[in-house]
Each structure stands twice: as structure tokens, then as C-alpha cells.
Write a protein that binds this ligand. Structure first.
Ligand SMILES: O=P(O)(O)OC[C@H]1O[C@H](OP(=O)(O)O)[C@H](O)[C@@H]1O
Ligand SMILES: O=c1cc[nH]c(=O)[nH]1
Length: 514
């Protein structure tokens, strides 16, 4: 059917058809059509929306990404017909049914993901199929290579190129903001790409964005790394392993991180930047992605094996994940804490120890420190101020203000202090619940939103002492966070009253919102 274009400024790879035209070519909303530019002869497939009133019969609304792809102008003539269903849907169905994907099938899926051929529900089906029917090691390798080969790669003239990655899952894990400048200050190159939050309330890219822009092309990442030795950027903007961010967008609302997907996501980013020395942080703890040491060891072996298959030296660190790292959760609060350590603060201990341990592993692996000396050398670099100076260079090269101080970075203006309901020890500090509260407060999109924990697990508190403060950039978000807190009860103080269920005529009282 011939239709006349009307350009519509909507960021979605689709077209808008009048319902009568849609009936005529036998498609419904959500189906695909093939749209052919009659001048260039080029065809693309696009998703269909239908309307009975917004456009007239004979007209096709063309959304912006589709306009760019097919290169049409306003009032041009295009040929439209029902499109074939992508064969990759059969491969996804195979995985949903517990089958094993071949290399060709995996590549076909990832090419469709990157070309935006799959709808969000089809993409979700793929992610969930791998969540329920885990990928084996061959499938993970195919996926990793496909993610790398469908994007750009960095090629540095000399080695080593080092990198680190955390599988996440523990709140407050701001260690990259310390490790990257320490390692770069030792003279190593570390082109660090990170994701935004996946299961948490602030991924490293969300944090770094408080200090400087994080969206760069692959070529810019390479140039900046060559200039100052390091960057901390958002992988989703780089076209390095571009499928990764599409997957993370699907995983984020479910707070899931499918194991095979996670292995491929992490290692594809390392492989694509040309890293040959890699340290992986695997936080282990009850409310994290890896609940037991045994599972942590198994995952570590998988990372190491995948590294061997790709020609990278990988070492994994199983780290303490029972409790948050440092005292803060949420972009601005976390950056303030990390920057204060770079400026010379000698606490929080958990943040400093974890960062120095992993930086030390990288220094030892790359020959910058003798075996067993990495932690000490990393500590010297931090204490000497060289890591802080390097962080200033990284912030500057990415276009931020290198003179920013920790004290300048303020949390959200709305806050609420949750106090101990009685005397005792903090015996429970639930990571997942804290993340849910921080997200309800607006993190990571609202950079000032988050939580400051005053009393971590094991701390002795007296009735009325602050346990944590919730911050938000908007009042209604603070209320939402407090409601979430009342529902989830993230902290238990030994001996405290967990709940009161009042009879019809009595109001109840808790420790939130009093
Ligand atoms: O949201 P959750 O699942 O905790 O983890 C995601 C975070 O963990 C990794 O950190 P890094 O890049 O090693 O600093 C990711 O890149 C991301 O920032
Ligand atoms: O980058 C990351 C980190 C954890 N999990 C992922 O899937 N990707």
C-alpha cells in the first residue's frame, strides 16, 4: 500500500497508521510493517501504532528513529506492507523451552537487539528465558563475543590495559571512584566503562555523573584514557558492547541480574576496551546476588574460565556483602563519601579497605607491586594524595569541575531521621530493603536521594539514637520512601518491637514517621 509520510517527533522505532489502513494491510498495533522508501528503494521494519483520529487514512506517521533509518522527508511516498516475523523469535522460544542456543543463533539475537528489531516484550522474553534457563559456558562465550562484535572496540598501542568490575548487588559500592584513580596514579591505563544501576540505587555511571559528564563515544574514551590514564564513563553511551544497556534497561525494574547475562555483560565490556588484566569484585552475603561463599567461588571460576577463553588474565575477589560499603547509598551521598576519602579522610574503613584490596590486586597482577605488597602500595598512593590528583584529572578531562570538594556535594533537601526504638544491637540490616527505600526516595535518577546509615550491623544503640537518615530531592518522594521503610523494616534492633496490630479503636505507633 502506498502512503504519504507525516514526520512525528517521537523517540521510538515505529510508525503510526490509521486503523483503516492497518486493517487493509492486515496488521494490528504492536505488529511490524516493512516501510520502503520509494526514492532510494531502501526498506526497514518498524513497529505499528494505530489511531482512528490523529492522522487521516492514506497518511503514515513516521517516528524520528524510523525517519533517520529510512531517510524520508515530510509528504514523501512510501510503500508499506506487513513485515515478516523475525526468525530470532524462534531462537528465544527455544531458550524459553530450556534449549541451548548455538553460536549463530546467539549472534542473530544480539544483532537484532542492537538493530532494535526486537520489541521491549520480546527482549524481556529473551532476558527472562536466560534467567530461568541459565546459559552454559559455551553460550556465555558466544554471547560475550556477539556483544563485543556488534559494537566498537578500543585498541591501545601498549599493554597492560587493566580494568576492574563489580558484579554489584551490595549497596553503597562506590569503590570504583577510588580504585580507578589509585591504579591510574600508579601509571596504568584503565578505560573504565560502567553501567547505571541494575539491582541497586546508584551504579557507578550514576555516581560519576555527579562529578562530570559520562556520555562519550568510544573514540573519546580512548583519547581521554591516553591523555590522563583513566576515565569513568557510562558504557551505554559508548557503542562499546551496545546490547548491554538494552539488557540492563529490562533488568532494572525487576532488580534481577541473570547469571550468564551478567558474566557476558561484565566481560564483554572488559574485552571490548582491550583489557588484558582484570579484577572482578564478587560481593557475597545473604541479601546480595551471591548468597554463599561456595556460590561465590563457582562464579569466580566461571569468570576466570571466560577470561581464559577470551585471552584475559582475571582474578576475582570475594568481598563482604552482608552490609553496605561505607555509610551511604545514592549518587550524591556516595560521591561525597568517596571524594572525602580521596581528599584524605581516614574512614569509612569498609570503603577504604575494600578499595585498597582490589586496587592492590590490580597492582600486583600488572607488576606495579610485588606479590603481597599491592594493598600497601595502593594505600601509599591514596595517602600521598596522588590518587586525589589523578581523580581531579579524570574529572577535568571528562568536562567536570576538578576543584569540586566533598563538602560541596549536598544530599537532597528533604530528610527524615529514623531512630532506634529501644536499646540494643543492630542485628539486621537488609541490603535489598535499603535499596528499595533509596529507590523509592528517587535514587538514582534524583541524585540527592539516598540513605545515610549511622548505625551499621553490630552497632550498639540506645533508644532515640539515629539509625539512618533518608534523603530526597522532593517531599513526596520522601513520603514514599518512609512508606517503603515501614513496609520493609530494613533494620532490626535486638529486642525491638517489630509491629503492633491495633484493635479497631486504637492507633498504632512505629519508629518511622513519628
Ligand atoms: O546496581 P547493581 O546491580 O548493584 O550493580 C551495578 C553496578 O556494578 C558495577 O559497578 P562497576 O562498573 O564495577 O563500578 C556496574 O557497572 C554498576 O555500576
Ligand atoms: O556491568 C554489570 C555489572 C553487573 N551485572 C551486569 O549485568 N553488568
Amino acid at each position: 500500500m502506498k502512503l504519504t509520510t507525516r514526520l512525528i517527533d517521537i523517540e521510538h522505532r515505529g510508525v503510526l497508521l490509521h486503523s483503516a489502513d492497518a486493517r487493509e494491510i492486515s496488521v494490528r498495533g504492536g505488529d511490524r510493517v516493512e516501510v520502503k522508501n520509494r526514492v532510494t528503494g531502501e526498506s526497514i521494519s518498524a513497529f505499528v501504532d494505530t489511531t482512528a483520529s490523529l492522522i487521516d487514512p492514506g497518511v503514515i506517521g513516521v517516528y524520528r528513529p524510523t525517519q533517520v533509518q529510512i531517510d524520508v522527508l515530510e509528504a514523501a511516498e512510501v510503500e508499506v506492507r506487513a513485515a515478516d516475523r523475525p526468525t530470532t523469535l524462534d531462537y528465544i522460544k527455544k531458550k524459553m523451552d530450556g534449549g541451548r542456543l548455538t553460536k549463530d543463533e546467539t549472534y542473530a539475537i544480539i544483532k537484532d537487539v542492537v538493530a532494535d528489531v526486537l520489541s521491549p516484550s520480546e527482549l524481556t522474553a529473551y532476558i527472562i528465558s536466560t534467567y530461568i534457563n541459565p546459559l552454559d559456558m559455551d553460550e556465555v562465550e558466544y554471547l560475550t563475543r556477539a556483544m563485543v562484535d556488534t559494537g566498537e572496540r578500543l585498541h591501545f598501542p601498549s599493554y597492560p590495559i587493566v580494568d576492574k568490575h563489580s558484579i554489584g548487588g551490595v549497596p553503597g559500592n562506590k569503590i570504583t571512584l577510588l580504585i580507578v584513580p589509585i591504579v591510574a596514579a600508579a601509571g596504568l591505563k584503565i578505560p573504565k566503562t560502567s553501567s547505571r544501576a541494575i539491582t541497586g540505587a546508584g551504579g557507578t555511571a550514576d555516581l560519576m555523573e555527579v562529578l562530570a559528564p559520562v556520555e562519550f563515544s568510544a573514540a573519546e574514551v580512548q583519547q581521554m584514557t591516553e591523555r590522563v590514564g583513566a576515565v569513568i564513563v557510562w558504557g551505554g553511551a559508548t557503542n562499546i558492547a551496545p546490547a548491554d544497556d538494552r539488557f540492563i534497561t529490562i533488568e532494572y525494574p525487576f532488580k534481577i541480574d541473570a547469571r550468564g547475562q551478567m558474566l557476558a555483560s561484565v566481560m564483554a565490556k572488559k574485552f571490548a576496551v582491550g583489557a588484558n588484566v582484570v579484577a572482578i569484585d564478587i560481593p557475597v552475603g545473604e541479601h546480595t546476588k551471591v548468597p554463599t561463599i561456595e556460590e561465590g567461588r563457582k562464579l569466580a571460576r566461571e569468570f576466570i574460565e571466560l577470561g581464559e577463553r577470551l585471552g584475559m588474565r582475571v582474578e576475582c575477589a570475594l568481598t563482604y556483602g552482608e552490609s553496605l560499603v561505607g555509610h551511604t547509598i545514592g549518587p550524591r551521598l556516595e560521591v561525597r563519601e568517596a571524594l572525602s576519602v580521596l581528599e584524605g579522610a581516614n574512614e569509612p574503613n569498609s570503603l577504604i579497605q575494600k578499595s585498597l584490596s582490589i586496587a592492590g590486586i590490580i597492582l600486583e597482577m600488572s607488576g606495579k607491586a610485588a606479590p603481597g605488597e599491592g594493598y600497601r602500595v595502593a594505600g601509599e598512593i591514596l595517602e600521598s594524595g596522588r590518587a586525589y590528583e589523578k581523580m581531579r584529572q579524570i574529572i577535568e578531562v571528562q568536562g567536570g569541575d576538578p576543584d569540586v570538594k566533598a563538602a560541596d556535594i549536598l544530599p537532597g533537601q528533604f530528610s527524615y531521621v529514623v531512630k532506634a526504638p529501644g536499646n540494643g544491637y543492630v542485628i539486621e540490616l537488609n541490603n535489598r530493603a535499603l535499596i528499595s527505600i533509596a529507590r523509592a526516595a528517587g535514587a538514582p535518577q534524583d541524585a540527592g536521594a539516598g540513605i545515610f546509615i549511622h548505625a551499621k550491623k553490630g552497632t550498639q544503640v540506645e533508644a532515640g539514637e539515629p539509625i539512618f537518615t533518608v534523603y530526597a530531592d522532593r517531599q513526596w518522594r520522601l513520603q514514599k520512601a518512609l512508606e517503603e521503610g515501614r513496609r520493609l523494616m530494613p533494620i532490626v534492633v535486638e529486642g525491638m518491637l517489630l509491629d503492633r496490630l491495633p484493635g479497631r479503636h486504637w492507633g498504632g505507633g512505629g519508629s518511622y514517621g513519628e
